[in-house]
Design a protein around this ligand. Structure first.
Ligand code: PNS
Length: 162
């Protein structure tokens, strides 16, 4: 039986750490659905369409990856997509509490969907979308931390020519 995982997140924007989890997740699952949370209550740097475009560009060539957006509860979306698992990356101890709380709540909401954690690769342990935005906003160099398309789009957003 083919196994599908949902890899949910804000992806505002996608980082090389996210890509690492997707690529390693493909060694465990037959298909990964990268699902961007559409959360109108949260102020994002990139629109859903922009985030989808960056994901599509960065993951072209990966046949077993679907890119989508969702609203509402993740477990309902996972159910609708007939997914077997929710895939999340775990960076450091600081991620643990939030991830643990979310995984337990998701399990309470739907016992059929398992959450699977992959430890983030050591190279990406300090990489996050927010730290990248923070650095880029003030002209900091984010080369090597995000895919080329993301680097370009982030610079355009902040009108940063460096
Ligand atoms: O990249 P992020 O912001 O850490 O991703 C968080 C995300 C999207 C996985 C989480 O906020 C989520 O699943 N939101 C949908 C609502 C939901 O189901 N929340 C968890 C149980 S209440």
């Amino acid at each position: 039986m083919k196994k599908t995982a949902i890899y949910p997140g804000s992806f505002d924007p996608l980082t090389n750490g996210h890509l690492d989890i997707i690529k390693r997740g493909l060694r465990l699952f037959d298909k990964i659905i990268v699902a961007i949370l559409h959360n109108p209550a949260k102020q994002a740097l990139f629109s859903i369409e922009e985030r989808m475009e960056m994901l599509e560009e960065s993951l072209k060539g990966y046949q077993n990856v679907e890119i989508d957006a969702f609203q509402g509860l993740l477990v309902d979306y996972a159910n609708q997509k007939k997914a077997d698992a929710i895939l999340r990356g775990m960076r450091a101890v600081s991620d643990f509490e939030y991830e643990f709380q979310m995984a337990l709540m998701n399990r309470r909401l739907n016992r059929e969907v398992q959450t699977v954690f992959l430890m983030t690769g050591l190279r990406w342990i300090f990489t996050s979308s927010s730290i990248i935005k923070e650095a880029a906003r003030f002209g900091g160099n984010i080369d090597g931390m995000v895919p080329a398309i993301v680097n370009q789009k982030v610079r355009e957003k902040f009108n940063n020519k460096s």
